[in-house]
Design a protein around this ligand. Structure first.
Ligand code: NDP
Length: 322
């Protein structure tokens, strides 16, 4: 089969479109013909070496959707022809993948595979951030950085549906309009404006309950300063670079909470995965959660997809099509 492979960390040029051996399902595993593959910022951290590379050569990617081709021994609940989606399974930039059956979710009738692939990783992330990490309520104001991004647009909609006031940051006017149409109450261009000052003004100097920060290095310090007493700093990514070590005393003056959550910890068992994925896929299927697919590119063009995502040129989801 064809797959994207990298033999070491580097720029997008390390992503090569190669012939590789077809995977074979083992016990408890399912072979899937992929129809859509999700591109995520995490793929860039792995490609560039920000996150450790498990082994080389590596097929990147961890999200996709497609059709079941074959089931291994001891698999129940799935059969040939089922349409399924998953997140958290390595080696996804390929025509076929072998997945542990417990990580697969059947795509609800009526939902197309592209949309299902687009929402597994970013949608479940948005869901756990606003329902579990800091459960938002109607009296809360949250700051969502990169609010026109893949996670950002989904988190903005979910935060609004929970009754929170949403302040979103973006780098361009066009992104601001897109985040506003997802429900953001206030938009700040953090390239041209000091977002901390804007948040102080919006909150009448009181500060806000939670910051969902995926930008990291460029925003961390000011994000902390935006918080009200006992506020939550939810650092869930670092698209601008890693945040250096900090002293716990930074949290002391306002009794703040700091967490660095990761999706794996919120879907590490079947029941939790089913609950979160079910909620997200059903919301998309009934139209209450809108998924914006920025672009679909051929699998061979994975490097172009990475350049677009890293270059801040996307709003919403990027998909690769084998
Ligand atoms: P996005 O679609 O949000 O793309 C990243 C966005 O970050 C850009 O569009 C850009 O928006 C903003 N950004 C700010 N500074 C930079 C910079 N220096 N370089 C590049 N982009 C920058 O990506 P995803 O939705 O895939 O992921 C968003 C974040 O969420 C990532 O940090 C990712 O790692 C994290 N994440 C964390 C998870 C977890 O469980 N912890 C799970 C999923 C994602 P703008 O131009 O408007 O500033």
């Amino acid at each position: 089969m064809k797959a994207i492979q990298m033999s070491g960390p580097g720029g997008s040029e390390v992503l090569k479109y190669n012939n590789v051996q077809d995977p074979v399902p083992g016990i408890g595993e399912v072979l899937i013909q992929l129809k859509a593959i999700g591109v995520n910022y995490m793929d860039i951290y792995i490609r560039s070496g920000v996150y450790p590379i498990p082994s080389l050569p590596l097929i990147p990617g961890s999200e996709g959707a497609g059709e079941v081709l074959e089931v291994g021994d001891d698999v129940s609940g799935f059969k040939q022809g089922d349409l399924v989606a998953y997140t958290g399974v390595p080696q996804s930039y390929a025509e076929k993948i072998v997945c542990p059956a417990w990580k697969l979710i059947k795509i609800p009738t009526g939902l197309d595979v592209n949309t299902a692939a687009a929402v597994m990783l970013q949608g479940i992330t948005a869901q756990y951030l606003c329902k579990s990490t800091y459960p938002l309520g109607s009296g809360d104001t949250c700051l969502i950085h990169a609010s026109a991004g893949g996670v950002g647009l989904l988190l903005t909609q979910m935060a609004k549906s929970l009754g929170a006031t949403v302040i979103g940051t973006v780098s361009t006017e066009e992104k601001g309009n897109i985040a506003r149409s997802a429900g953001a109450d206030y938009i700040i261009n953090y390239k041209t404006h000091d977002f901390q000052k804007e948040v102080e003004s919006i909150s009448d100097g009181k500060g806000i309950q939670v910051v969902y920060d995926s930008v990291g290095l460029d925003t961390f310090d000011k994000s902390i300063n935006c918080l009200a007493t006992r506020g939550y700093m939810v650092l869930y990514g670092q698209s601008s670079g890693l945040v250096p070590p900090i002293s716990p005393m930074l949290l002391n003056s306002k009794s703040l909470f700091l967490t660095r959550p990761t999706l794996t910890s919120y879907i590490d068992n079947r029941a939790e995965l089913e609950n979160r994925a079910g909620e997200v896929l059903n919301a998309v299927n009934d139209g209450t959660l809108k998924v914006r697919i920025h672009n679909k590119l051929p699998l061979a063009d994975a490097a172009i997809a990475h350049d677009q995502l890293e270059g801040r040129l996307t709003t919403g989801k990027l998909l690769l099509v084998p």
